[in-house]
Design a binder for this molecule. Structure first.
Ligand SMILES: [Cu+2]
Length: 153
């Protein structure tokens, strides 16, 4: 069926349907004055081509970075990554102890019940605005989090 579709139509449907689907997103609540937090979510890609998450922005943070967590010398250290790949017809989980969007230079503490706007930029040229709930560590999904030390160069 798909192969018989006229070119214009298949381009249109690619533009409409290739967008990465995002689920289970949240931002970790912080104590007042905490300088950083992190956003977590699951990225699902129904397309036949891998897509990369390239960057993120949020109004609540001065800057954002894409991070992963590496186990080194028995400790867990956060490392910045250039991008996060969402495999073709697959998904990637941003979760405590793994990939996350680091929110750096918070304007104010993030408390449970707040909502945080996050914008994601993908390698296919799409951009998504998300409103993510703020969840306290130790509750529900944020549970596996724990405190991680930031690695400074
Ligand atoms: Cu981080």
């Amino acid at each position: 069926m798909k192969k018989l579709m006229p070119l214009a139509l298949s381009l249109l449907s690619a533009a409409v349907f290739a967008e990465v689907q995002i689920s289970d997103g949240y931002v970790r609540a912080t104590p007042p004055g905490a300088p950083t937090s992190a956003a977590f979510m699951t990225l699902n890609n129904s397309d036949g081509k891998a897509v990369e998450l390239l960057s993120a922005q949020s109004q609540v943070a001065r800057s954002t970075e894409l991070h992963t967590v590496k186990h080194e010398d028995g400790t867990m250290k956060m490392r910045q990554v250039k991008n996060i790949t969402v495999p073709a017809e697959g998904s990637v989980e941003l979760k405590p102890g793994s990939y996350h969007v680091m929110l750096i230079g918070l304007e104010k503490g993030l408390k449970e019940g707040d909502e945080v706007m996050l914008m994601l930029n993908f390698s296919d040229g799409t951009m998504q605005h998300l409103m993510l709930p703020v969840i306290k560590p130790g509750t529900g999904k944020a549970m596996a989090g724990g405190e991680m030390k930031h690695h400074h160069h």
